[in-house]
Design a binder for this molecule. Structure first.
Ligand code: BDR
Ligand code: CA
Length: 319
């Protein structure tokens, strides 16, 4: 049997972060989910940490340790995305409150200890789906973890055009300095940016189908995702992009995706292009060490089927 891959989720849940969790927790036969850290982004640290705790319990993964990471970006102010994810961060969905508490006081230290505590020869894949604050802090505070990191499969950035500004994607824009530290670290990175994630939509019909379901998990996700359809970004559109789920689906089904290797730098200025990922696509600059695999294609019907089937699998178990 193939060895399970050790992964660490780092997120700001967040509606699509919650979908990414559902994809991961349903595949624990293939993924060894070592823990989950929260990072301020879509909502305040307090709210996203609460959501992470609730989601692990809701999805039957109560044993996955949750820790609170950075409360603020490295240098910038926090600007939550309440218009896209709602006041709680989970759209119209209200999950029951839980007794579960964060597994440690200091999330970054806990992550470092978890990585270094892996059995000899094993490595960790980091899966960040929020601003890169925690990962930057980890790499700068504990550089000894570098050699135990297999790959960073992140949602963030764009090779062409942004969603929070004309040129920047939200996660990178929210903490550009952290993103530059991570992209500049020389570690293997897969960038699931807008080039691919904006293709990865669930249609309005599919979302409303979830909402109308009388099954617990599918209905809850319908309540989350329906909020997207009412948000300024998606009002009147045929569906909504499920950005963060791409990271986990890439890990599980890499053949559904295609991309190109290139050098990526982050614009850390205060100007028009703050948070832009500058992707160098010049042929002469391709294939250098430290390059990032920038995904840009997906098999959309397969993506949609896996997301919907996986959400349905939770309700099949609880029936
Ligand atoms: C990213 O921004 C957040 O609002 C989403 O959760 C996703 O991680 C998309 O730009
Ligand atoms: Ca996110």
């Amino acid at each position: 049997m193939e060895n399970k891959r050790n992964i660490w989720l780092d997120a700001d849940p967040g509606i699509d972060d919650a979908v990414a969790f559902a994809m991961a927790f349903a595949n624990r036969d293939r993924l060894n989910i070592c823990g989950l850290s929260s990072v301020a982004g879509n909502q305040t640290s307090e709210r996203v940490t609460g959501n992470a705790l609730k989601l692990t319990v809701f999805l039957g993964a109560e044993d996955v340790p949750v820790v609170q990471g950075a409360v603020l970006p490295l240098l910038r102010e926090i600007v939550p995305a309440g218009d896209i994810h709602g006041k709680s961060g989970l759209g119209y969905c209200e999950l029951p409150s839980v007794e579960k508490k964060p597994a440690a006081e200091n999330g970054i230290l806990f992550l470092r200890d978890t990585i270094l505590g892996l059995p000899e020869g094993e490595k960790m894949t980091l899966v960040p789906t929020g601003p890169l604050t925690n990962i930057a802090l980890l790499l700068k505070t504990f550089p000894e973890v570098r050699e135990r990191i297999d790959e960073i499969v992140l949602m963030g950035g764009s090779g062409a055009g942004g969603n929070v500004t004309a040129t920047a994607e939200f996660n990178i824009w929210a903490d550009p300095e952290a993103a530059q530290i991570v992209f500049g670290a020389g570690l293997p990175i897969v960038m699931c940016g807008l080039d691919v994630t904006q293709q990865c939509i669930l249609t309005r019909e599919q979302i409303l189908g979830l909402y109308q379901s009388d099954k617990t998990v599918q209905h809850a996700y319908g309540e989350m995702l329906r909020f997207y359809l009412d948000s300024p970004s998606y009002k009147g559109s045929d569906g909504a992009a499920i950005h963060d789920a791409v990271t986990v689906l890439y890990l599980l089904h890499p053949r559904l995706f295609a991309g190109k290797r290139m050098h990526v730098e982050v614009d850390c200025s205060e100007g028009l292009n703050r948070g832009m990922t500058v992707c160098d696509m010049r042929r002469s600059q391709l294939q250098k060490p430290g390059d990032v695999l920038v995904l840009n294609q997906v098999d959309l019907p397969a993506f949609q089927k896996i997301v919907l089937d996986t959400l349905a699998s939770y309700d099949a178990v609880s029936e």
